[in-house]
Design a protein around this ligand. Sequence first.
Ligand code: GLC
Length: 677
Amino acid sequence: MTFKKLVPWCVVIGFVIGLVAACTDKPTNQTEKRIEALLKQMTLEEKVGQLNQINDVGGLPEDLKAQLASGEIGSFLNVIDPELIIEMQRIAVEESRLGIPLIFARDVIHGYKTIFPIPLGQAASWNRDLVELGARISAEEASAIGIRWTFSPMIDISRDARWGRIAESFGEDTYLNTELGVAMIRGYQTDDLTDPTAMAACAKHFVGYGASESGKDYNTTWIPEVQMRDVYLPPFQAAAEAGAATFMCSFNDINGVPSTGNKHLNINILRNEWGYDGVLVSDWGSAENMIPHGFAHDLKDAARIAANAGMDVDMMSYAYPQHLADLVREGKVSEKTVDNAVRNILRLKFRLGLFENPYIELPTENPFYTERALEAARQSVVESTILLKNEGVLPLTNVKSVAVVGPMSDAGLDQMGTWSLGADPNFSITPLAAIRSEYPNITVNAARGLEYSRVKDMKEVGKAVEAARKSDVVLFFAGEEAILSGEAKCLANISLQGAQTEMLKALKATGKPIVMVVIAGRPITMGPEIEMVDAVLYAFHPGSMTGPGIADLIFGKAIPSAKLPVTMPKMVGQLPIYYNHKNTGRPANNITYMDDIPYGAEQFSIGSTSYHLDAGDKPLYPFGYGLSYTTFEYSPVTLSSNILKDNETITVSCDITNTVKYKSDTVAHLITRALRG
Ligand code: GLC
C-alpha cells in the first residue's frame, strides 16, 4: 500500500480514534463531574472526614457508628470481618448525609490467605507474569471479604541487608523493581478497577526509604537529586504511569525533609512533573512523626505541613480530624488544598465502582487456598529459590533415607515471613510435611535440633545428629524466623542466629552429604557454613507452599532457575553492597588481603585502590547469580552497532545453549553502564 493510499485510511482511523477517545473520555469527564457535584455539597467537616483513615477498632461501638453516620471517616485499614465491613458500609452509605462509601484497606503484600514468597523472593524469579498472577490471586482472596485497597507493591530500592524491610522489596535493582512493581499493580488492579475482585494498588514508600542510614529502619536518608532520579524514583514513575491508584509517603526524611511534608516530592514531582491524580496516603502516623523529626512543632503544625505538601489521606495520626478544619478557618491551609485532596479520594472511590456497588456479596464457598492459588504459590516457590552451590548432590534421585533437620524444617508460621498477617500456619506446608507426604518411599528421620533460629542451647542437637547418622543425605533447613524480618527488624549482625552454625558443624562431623536450605527474609552472611556443605538452596521466606516447592527442587521434579535479586555479602561490614556501584577513581585491583601483608610493610606498599583488607571487593555471591542442574553456554555477544546515538537502539545478540539433559529456564542479564562524558 503506497503512502498516498494510506492517507485516507489515516484520516478515517484518526477520526474513529478521536471519537472513541471522546466517548471513553466521557466516563472520565462523567466521574469528574460527579466529583465536583459531590464536593459542592460537602461541608468542611465532611471533606476532612474523607481524608481520615483509621485502623480496625475491633468492632463497631456506638461512637464509631456515630462517626460513620456523620461522615467523619473515609477509609479503614485492617478491618477483615466481612460482615462488619458490610455493616460499616451500610451506615456510611445509608445513614450519612451524602452516602459516600468507605474503602477498606489492608497490607496484602505477598498474599492474603495463600501466602506467596515475600517480594524479595518473588524477585528472584525474574518472572513478571508469575508476580502478576500472585498479585491477582491475592486480590481475589482479599476482595472476597471486602478489602479493595492494598498497601503494595513496596518498590523501595534495597541495598542493605541490615534493613529488615529488604524482605518487602524486589531487591537492589531499579529496573527489576520497576518491572515487578508494575506487574504487581496490574495483578491487583486488572484493567478495570470497578471489577469487584480488583484492589487499588499502593506504590510505596515514596521515596528513598531503603537508603535508611546503617540499615536502621525509619532512619535518615541523604539522597542527592541525581541519585534520586537515577535510582529511587524510576520505579515510582513507572507505577504512576501504569495507573497505580495510590501512593504512600515514606517514614524517612530526605536531606532533612520528611517525605510526608515534602513538597518537592509530593507536589513538584508527583503531581506537577508526573501529572499523578491518584491518592497520596501517609504511612501509619507519619504525619505525627514529623514532630520527633523536628520538622513540626505539634500535631496541628504537622497537619498544616502535610496538607500544604500534598498529603491527601492521614493514616492514624489524627492530625487531620483534629486540626485540618481549624487550619482552613485560620487561613493556614486553603480550602482549595483540602478540595484537591478530597477530589483524589472521591476519584478513587468512583474508580473502584464503590458508589454503584458499595457492598460485597458474602462468599458462598471458601475463596481461599483454591487449587489454582496453591499451584501458583508452589510454582512461585520453585522459581524463587536460588541454587547457590551444588557439588554433585542435587537433585536427589536414588536416596532411600533423608534426615530432615534444622529450625526451619517444620516452621509453618516462620516460612511465611513478614506481612503474612492473618495467614493460617495450618495451611502452610513445611518441607518436613511435604517430603513425608509426597515421597512415601523415602525414610524420613526428622529432628529440628533447634526449636527456632535464635536458640543457642544445643541440648536437642544430638537428636538431629542421630537422624543424620541414620540417613543417606542430610537436609539442613536453616535461616531466620519471620519475626526477625520486616518492619523495624534491623540487624547489625546478619549471620546465622543462635546455634545454627554449631549445629551444622555437628552434622558435618557425621561425614554425611549435606544439603543446606536457607529460609530467610534477607541475605545472610554464611560463607564458612557454605564451605561446610555440598549444596545450598536459598529461599526468601517462600510462604504457604514452601515445602512442596522446595521438595520439587530437591528431588528433581523441578529445576532451579532463580537468580539473586540482591547481592549477598561475605560480611556485614561490606554493606551497602550492590552490583551497579560507581567505579570510584581507584576501582579495586591488585588486592592484598590483610593476612598477606608482611609485618612492617612500607606505608603505601600494598597499593591504593577501593576494597576492604579483610574482605576484598567481591561479595559472597553477586546480584543475578544462580545455578541450575544444567549449564548454559553463551556465545560471544554481537552488537548491531558500536555507537549508540540519541533515540536509536542497539540490538544485542547472543546464542544461549542448554548443555545438559535437564529442560530448564534461565535469565540472561545484560548490564550496561553509561560513562558520563
Ligand atoms: C506500616 C508500614 C506500611 C504499611 C502501613 C499500614 O507502618 O510502614 O508499609 O502499609 O504501616 O500497615
